[in-house]
Design a protein around this ligand. Structure first.
Ligand SMILES: Cc1cc2nc3c(=O)[nH]c(=O)nc-3n(C[C@H](O)[C@H](O)[C@H](O)COP(=O)(O)OP(=O)(O)OC[C@H]3O[C@@H](n4cnc5c(N)ncnc54)[C@H](O)[C@@H]3O)c2cc1C
Length: 304
């Protein structure tokens, strides 16, 4: 990133020795003139591109920060850019759209298949809206950093980043975008009584590689399947969750902690996972009877 007040620029490495450059079009600038070969060559040369690089595509685009008021009505639902638009600075526009699709697809399948009621679809915007808004805010902040108001401001920023990059932890925090908030649902189709600020309910379960046993070397997601799953970490996952949930849950998986040390914090627990592998509920085997009414009410509410 070139945090340059005169013309902010970002140069992103891509696959197969490609690189994407983005430059700000300045007020009053002629877009066609800026896209002329000589002008593009000058911009690239000023920002470290190899001489004679092949230009695959060049275009001027406009971006927005917008979220639709409603994401669905009746049988029509919006996802991706149709539901929200993000400035490109955080590189999260398509990521957000993929998260939407992952959230919506299994719900549409469950409703179309008659396994859960159409009210389930209301949880889609309820769960996705907050994170989309966070990502757009992040993109706007990153845009503000990349486009400093004055040259002094830009110089101070570049110096600050250079100093920070000498510290490996800070470097990886920025380079790997560790400041990017992970999605976390605070309401939606999950056991609300089990939500805790730092707890796993409402968060995506990590997908470690299994370390030992007959499935060693496989990804946890492959074992969990594409429907609801009950995962016992070091405990049996055979417990009945009541007639409705026993039908909804397609896979029951018991894994010793040694096979998934990444999930050691859940040792002795049962995790009820949605088809998108977000944690819906977490409980001990002896608490099963207590949580059945909450799960039953959650499923029943989708029909009202
Ligand atoms: C310069 C730039 C850089 C970006 N960089 C990143 C990045 O690094 N990372 C990232 O995650 N995101 C990035 N994005 C955002 C990303 O490109 C979009 O979020 C993503 O392409 C949106 O996908 P979509 O399928 O929702 O919509 P679109 O890609 O807009 O697809 C919609 C499709 O529907 C078609 N269509 C429209 N109307 C109809 C109709 N009536 N009937 C049939 N078809 C129709 C359109 O032709 C289009 O093909 C960037 C965007 C820009 C502009």
């Amino acid at each position: 990133m070139f945090c340059d007040a005169r013309r902010p620029c970002i140069a992103l490495p891509g696959p197969e020795q490609t690189r994407r450059y983005e430059f700000k079009v300045l007020p009053g600038e002629d877009e066609a003139a800026l896209l002329a070969d000589e002008s593009v060559a000058r911009l690239l040369a000023d920002h470290g591109a190899a001489a004679g690089s092949e230009i695959v595509r060049k275009t001027v685009y406009h971006f927005h920060a917008r979220i639709a008021d409603r994401w669905g009505e009746g049988r029509v639902w919006l996802a991706g850019d149709a539901a929200h638009l993000s400035p490109p600075f955080a590189g999260q526009g398509m990521n957000s759209g993929i998260r939407d699709a992952r959230n919506l697809a299994w719900k549409l399948a469950a409703v179309a298949g008659g396994r859960l009621g159409p009210g389930l679809l209301d949880s889609y915007p309820a769960e996705r809206h907050g994170h989309v808004a966070q990502m757009i805010t992040l993109a706007r902040r990153m845009g503000a950093i990349m486009g400093p108001r004055t040259r002094v401001h830009g110089l101070a920023q570049r110096l600050g980043f250079r100093l920070l990059s000498a510290w490996p932890a800070a470097r990886s925090w920025f380079a790997e975008m560790k400041y990017k908030p992970p999605p976390r649902f605070t309401h939606g189709f999950l056991a609300a009584s089990m939500l805790a600020r730092r707890g796993p309910v409402g968060r995506l379960l990590p997908q470690p590689m299994l370390r030992e046993g007959p499935h060693a070397g496989e990804r946890l997601d492959a074992l969990l399947g594409t429907g609801f799953a009950l995962l016992g970490v070091g405990v049996d996952a055979g417990a009945s969750l009541g007639a409705r949930w026993d039908t909804l849950v397609e896979r029951r998986v018991m894994l010793p902690v040694d096979a998934v040390p990444e999930l050691a914090e859940h040792a002795g627990m049962l995790l009820l996972l949605r088809p998108d592998h977000y944690v819906m509920a977490r409980f001990t085997p002896d608490a099963v009877a207590r949580i059945i009414p909450e799960l039953e009410a959650l499923a029943a509410a989708t029909w009202t």
